[in-house]
Design a protein around this ligand. Structure first.
Ligand SMILES: *Cc1c(COP(=O)(O)O)cnc(C)c1O
Length: 415
């Protein structure tokens, strides 16, 4: 192909020239379409500010900050990845269920096919387990996808969503991304103040996000508090009850959100295979709601949002009751181990019903986080959640927890 200059191309297209200042385009350096520049990249001089062009909510977004990946720390500090302990993303330390791995292997030969866009088999299993109908289930690319579907379907500029201070970062993120107002209601004792959240609701509120237990605080509310909240919340408000950690806490002071679905058509329960089911990398979560809300979410959902390996692994994991039981038990033991360790170090913590715990160092946590990285231990700073003296630590295996506690003792002893 003969070299064509992009600027010439653009100038000959009145539709494109129409919304850009002529002068800016004409000063643009010529770029050849058929060859990369000196750096090996196509270098395009931007004459239009594409940040300014983005929706107002998007312009102000700060991207979600994930836990530091093991390989990244290994690269940065020249450490052996095998020696690094990552307790930063609330991942299941047992690894995935062996049944999930088997199911994935069996599915590999079919990778050339699109997955079942309706996720029939998984939905059927979920519906059965949740005593719901298949039409009440929505599958998500992780439960974050569910949260985003709800925001996209129900929020817009002029509308608002209510959530708690210190609540999961994805609630403000998905709210702001669609240009709606996020109302963070001050917490009590690090947990949701459900009464204050009710008061924050107005005629423009479309969603209330509740996390039970909440991440990163681990705080929770009981059945009576939930029942009272659902009774008082206006019917036009969708209540998204995020139960990402419910499998760890079942029958342990927490309400089972599913049991409120029959009496509350404005309730949506969001759950995930990323935590107790140990499939974080595959991205699969689900919602159970009224048939009508599920229908709405399925309209905005990407047709193939859950891939075939994830579908197969999630189905197999649901059958592995023994794995879930082991996960729960390992979590209980690890939680007790970390609490004892914190007690020995005279640190306080927020009691947690999740697979993580927020520990208060009583001083800025950032330098301690850094020092732990140098010891090959990755935990999660939560300054972005308004908790500058805390670190959030995921429950690991016994050995991982010991490594972390040893490193923490060493780093704190330096003063
Ligand atoms: C981890 C987590 C999720 C789940 O994320 P996935 O997208 O399912 O991996 C949802 N909500 C909370 C509160 C979480 O901590």
């Amino acid at each position: 192909m003969s070299p064509v200059h992009i600027d010439a191309l653009l100038l000959s297209n009145p539709a494109i020239v129409g919304w850009a200042p002529m002068a800016a385009w004409s000063t643009m350096a010529p770029i050849h379409l058929d060859g990369a520049g000196k750096s090996g990249h196509y270098e395009v001089t931007m004459s239009c500010d594409f940040l300014a062009q983005a929706l107002p909510g998007v312009q102000k977004l700060s991207p979600y900050v994930p836990g530091k990946p093991v390989d990244e720390l290994a690269r940065e500090l020249g450490l052996d990845p095998q020696r690094i302990v990552k307790l930063a993303s609330n991942e299941n330390p047992l690894g995935p269920s062996p049944k999930a791995i088997e199911a994935i292997k069996a599915e590999l030969a079919e990778l050339t096919r699109y997955p079942d866009g309706n996720g029939f088999e998984l939905k059927q299993k979920i519906a059965k387990r949740c005593a719901a109908s298949i039409e009440q289930v929505t599958l998500g690319n992780g439960s974050n996808d569910i949260l985003e579907l709800a925001a996209r379907a129900y929020l817009a500029p002029g509308l608002n969503a209510v959530f708690s201070e210190h609540a999961f970062a994805v609630y403000p993120l998905v709210t702001q991304a669609v240009g709606a107002e996020g109302r963070a209601v001050p917490a009590v004792s690090w947990g949701h103040d459900l009464n204050a959240m009710l008061k924050a609701i107005d005629k423009n509120t479309r969603i209330v996000f509740l996390a039970n237990p909440n991440n990163p605080t681990g705080t929770w509310f009981g059945p009576q508090a939930l029942a009272a909240f659902l009774k008082a919340v206006p019917e036009h408000v969708l209540v998204v009850l995020d139960e990402a950690y419910i499998e760890y806490a079942e029958g342990n002071e927490l309400p089972d959100g599913l049991s409120y679905l029959a009496s509350h058509s404005n309730l949506l329960i969001s759950r995930t295979f990323s935590k107790a089911y140990g499939l974080a990398s595959l991205r699969v979560g689900y919602a159970v709601s009224s048939v009508q809300i599920a229908d709405v979410l399925n309209r905005v959902r990407q047709p193939f949002n859950v891939n075939s390996l994830a579908l197969a692994a999630a189905c197999a994991s649901m059958d592995d009751v023994e794995y879930l039981e082991r996960s729960r038990q390992a979590n209980d033991e690890g939680m007790a181990q970390l609490e004892r360790g914190f007690q020995d170090l005279e640190l306080s913590w927020i009691p947690s019903k999740g697979n993580f715990i927020a520990v208060d160092l009583g001083r800025p946590a950032a330098p301690i986080y850094q020092a732990l990285l140098e010891e090959g231990v990755i935990v999660r700073p939560v300054i972005g959640y308004g908790m500058p003296t805390f670190l959030r630590v995921s429950i690991g295996t016994k050995d991982e927890n010991s490594r972390f506690l040893g490193a923490l003792a060493k780093v704190l002893a330096r003063g």
